[in-house]
Design a protein around this ligand. Structure first.
Ligand code: MLT
Length: 399
């Protein structure tokens, strides 16, 4: 009999969004005549922009001729895309060399897989609440030395470092999933200083950076001095360009990230991630990378921004009903998520069921993101316009 990875016994029975999908599917089976509106998982609804579609077609055509056909590509991603992303950083005032950029099928995989290059006895600092992949992926490999940092309404869901506590790895998501809270420069500088003092590595998830509309707010951890010595950044085209189904993301591992192994040998995290990806990953498809490169052209960026504005409008529609109801909420400005207190003192799973049964609207219970989320609820602005309006009309009539 094989020995199993019994760390899986320490996980919740199913992944948050699988649990929600299961409950919704049970409900729709029992109520086939009811129109359910899904504002739960942060999945986009707008189609890909025209120039991305054209580039995807171009990629397909390249596969049809022996002169342009592509087999295995570089595991790190094609140079044309790594260069385009490096240029994108430059436009946002940040210098990231193409060599530090690794193309992947999305930030979810990379934030989970990054555990491969770190040892088992690290102290891991994770905000509560936060995107559940960080906790689950560490538990899967038996890393239970997790220090939770409390994000609450009192600190505007932006916990700051406590210098009396040591950490080796620090997860930060800004703009935050699920709360929509975003760190400013000074706050991120404190995190970078803390990481440098502790010789720690920040694992910075910037998947929602394209929603930042205030240019004074940092869109990348590398906007902060010293970050290249202490941070890895994950980003994705899912939310920036509607790639949730197309799949493309990137991870930045600066060459400056070098630490001493226990035998005194210097180890570069860039070289390690390169080794990991070369062994376990065969690259993102050429067709998708060709489409992704179109996102970073001026035309592509303008088209993506139009979609983002559309979602920001949805966020306003959601927020206006919460305002009217006097429900306290966070996010929805530099983020597609609105995070609010469950009405009438309900806990978040009770409210999930209540909303589904009485208004046929699906949201995400805050408890799925951590203990501190147990009385909060998340709605996504990624729905269609009519559905968002209808969902909020139903919500309005509920109380
Ligand atoms: C979410 O709803 O939190 C995200 O869409 C999940 C993800 O990006 O994997």
């Amino acid at each position: 009999m094989p020995k199993l990875n019994e760390n899986y016994l320490n996980l919740k029975e199913s992944y948050l969004f699988s649990e929600i999908a299961h409950r919704v599917s049970e409900y729709t089976k029992a109520n086939p005549d009811k129109k359910v509106i899904r504002l739960g998982i942060g999945d986009v609804t707008r189609p890909l922009s025209e120039n991305v579609i054209a580039a995807l077609h171009e990629g397909v055509d390249a596969m049809a001729s022996s002169d342009t056909f592509k087999g295995y590509g570089p595991e790190q991603g094609y140079e044309f895309l790594r260069n385009a992303i490096s240029e994108y950083y430059k436009k946002n005032g940040v210098d990231v060399e193409p060599k530090a950029i690794f193309i992947s099928d999305g930030a979810k995989s990379d934030t989970g897989n990054i555990t491969d290059i770190f040892g088992n006895d690290n102290v891991i600092m994770i905000p509560d609440p936060v995107y559940p992949v960080y906790v689950d992926s560490n538990i899967m490999c038996g890393r239970n030395n997790i220090v939770y940092i409390s994000a609450t309404a009192d600190n505007n869901f932006l916990p700051m470092p406590d210098r009396s506590v040591h950490a080796d790895l620090i997860y930060i998501c800004s703009p935050n999933n699920p709360t929509g809270a975003i760190y400013n420069h000074e706050q991120l500088k404190e995190w970078v200083d803390y990481a440098l003092e502790n010789e720690a590595v920040i694992l910075f998830d910037s998947a929602y950076e394209a929603f930042i509309s205030d240019p004074s707010l940092p869109r990348s951890i590398y906007a902060i001095e010293g970050a290249k010595k202490c941070a890895i950044e994950f980003c994705s085209l899912s939310k920036t360009a509607g790639f949730t189904g197309t799949r493309c993301g990137y991870t930045v591992v600066p060459t400056e990230l070098v630490f001493k192994a226990s035998n005194g040998k210097e180890m570069s995290l860039n070289a390690m991630w390169n080794r990991r990806q070369s062994t376990k990953f065969n690259g993102t498809s050429y067709i998708v990378q060709n489409g992704a490169a179109a996102v970073f052209t001026d035309e592509g960026m303008a088209q993506c921004q139009e979609n983002i504005k559309f979602y920001q409008e949805n966020a306003k529609i959601i927020a206006s009903v919460l305002d009217k109801k006097g429900i306290r909420y966070f996010g929805g400005v530099h983020s597609p998520y609105i995070w609010f207190e469950c009405p009438n003192g309900m806990d978040s799973w009770t409210f999930f069921d209540y909303l589904l049964n009485n208004a046929q609207v699906v949201g995400t219970p805050g408890a799925g993101f951590g203990e501190n989320g147990k009385n909060f609820f998340r709605l996504t602005a990624f729905g269609g316009r009519e559905n968002t309006i209808e969902a909020m009309e139903r919500f309005d009539k509920l109380f």
